[in-house]
Design a binder for this molecule. Structure first.
Ligand code: DOR
Ligand code: ZN
Length: 345
């Protein structure tokens, strides 16, 4: 008899959908399993103003597959000239859910990010006042800091001082990759949450570099040592409501990944729920999957869980997912967990 698990329909609290043909190609991969997603604003040019967010949301809604039940939760890209009143109005109207902070140069399309944090103090104070969350890409960009240390250094040098300067600001540490990130969340209060990606629960840095370079495992923040992966699995499966799913599913076409200077990003929308069921089962924590994927995120954002349910089924034999998603921009390789998957939604 096959095993099943019924949970509240999940959400993805960190997602890249891109635009145009790529958006059309990848959106169905998310709407199949997820009720809502926090949509990253790092387009070229970025989604900076409320008007940009309206236009982008309309393009997403126009690309929705027939019959999909999915709500994109929009974000604004914080720049040094972001207007506090524009942000507050966009939040009050329900158009925009959160603001995204990219340190300038930290990752894909982050050139307009923040260098001088004094310049965004007013916006952050306004956000604290109205309870609007700040989603943070937590890596320093200082070239003298080793890429594997950039998250831990960011916590000490940037995040902790920022949270002290703006008391009450609700912060999501996005895609944490280290035991340091887990420990920082656990040492603080409910104003601080963290998303964890599917792939960081599964790969460590050896997967990227041993036996030949594997560009489809390259993302930012880069995967760390095995002990850090363990800390992430422990956090995700602990039931602690401050940790929740944000896939950071980030499509790039194969030529852009398989290149002498390949783009950062892992595309996992299609098989994330299958991978997560596997990880949680291995950790003897299938009973914690619903909290991580469906309940903790809405609770942090002050939203109700989705009304619908999803039933996961464990099959006797491995199940097949496509190796690539075909888009009008080109093929996008799906995340390969490196082990057989048995669960489907
Ligand atoms: O790996 C990543 N890809 N990390 C990010 O922060 C950005 C993302 C993208 O947009 O491709
Ligand atoms: Zn991202």
């Amino acid at each position: 008899m096959s095993q099943t698990l019924t949970i509240t329909r999940p959400d993805d609290w960190h997602l890249h959908l891109r635009d145009g043909e790529m958006l059309k190609g990848v959106l169905p991969e998310t709407t199949r399993d997820f009720g809502r997603a926090i949509i990253m604003p790092n387009l070229v040019p970025p989604v900076v103003t409320a008007n940009d967010a309206v236009a982008y949301r309309d393009r997403i809604l126009a690309a929705m597959p027939e019959g999909a039940e999915f709500t994109p939760l929009m974000t604004l890209y914080l720049t040094e000239s972001t207007d506090a009143a524009d942000v507050a109005a966009a939040h009050a109207s329900g158009l925009v859910t959160a603001v995204k902070l990219y340190p300038a140069g930290a990752t894909t399309n982050s050139a307009s990010g923040v260098t001088n944090f004094d310049k965004v103090q007013g916006v952050l104070e306004k956000m604290a006042e109205i309870g609007m969350p700040l989603c943070v890409h937590g890596e320093v960009t200082d070239p003298s800091v080793d890429i594997f240390d950039r998250e831990a250094v960011f916590i000490d040098r940037v995040l902790d001082p920022l949270r002290r300067r703006v008391p009450g600001l609700r912060v999501v540490m996005e895609h944490i990759t280290t035991a340091d990130g887990v420990a920082y969340v656990m040492a603080n209060d409910a104003d601080l949450g963290a998303t964890i990606t599917t792939h960081h629960l599964i790969i460590n840095r050896n997967h990227i570099l041993v036996g030949g370079i594997k560009p489809h495992y390259y993302c930012l923040p880069i995967a760390k040592r095995e002990e850090h992966r363990h800390a992430l699995v422990d956090a995700a499966t602990s039931g602690d409501a401050r940790f929740f799913l944000g896939t950071d599913s980030a499509p790039h076409t194969d030529p852009n990944k398989e290149s002498a200077c390949g783009c950062a990003g892992v595309f996992s929308a299609t098989n994330t729920m299958s991978c997560l069921a596997h990880v949680f089962e291995q950790a003897n924590a299938l009973d914690k999957l619903e909290g991580f994927a469906s309940l903790n995120g809405p609770a942090f954002y002050g939203l109700a869980p989705n009304a619908g349910q999803t039933t996961l089924t464990k099959h006797a034999d491995p199940v097949a997912f496509p190796a690539k998603i075909v888009t009008g921009d080109g093929d996008v390789t799906l995340f390969d967990p490196g082990f057989p998957l048995y669960w489907t939604t």
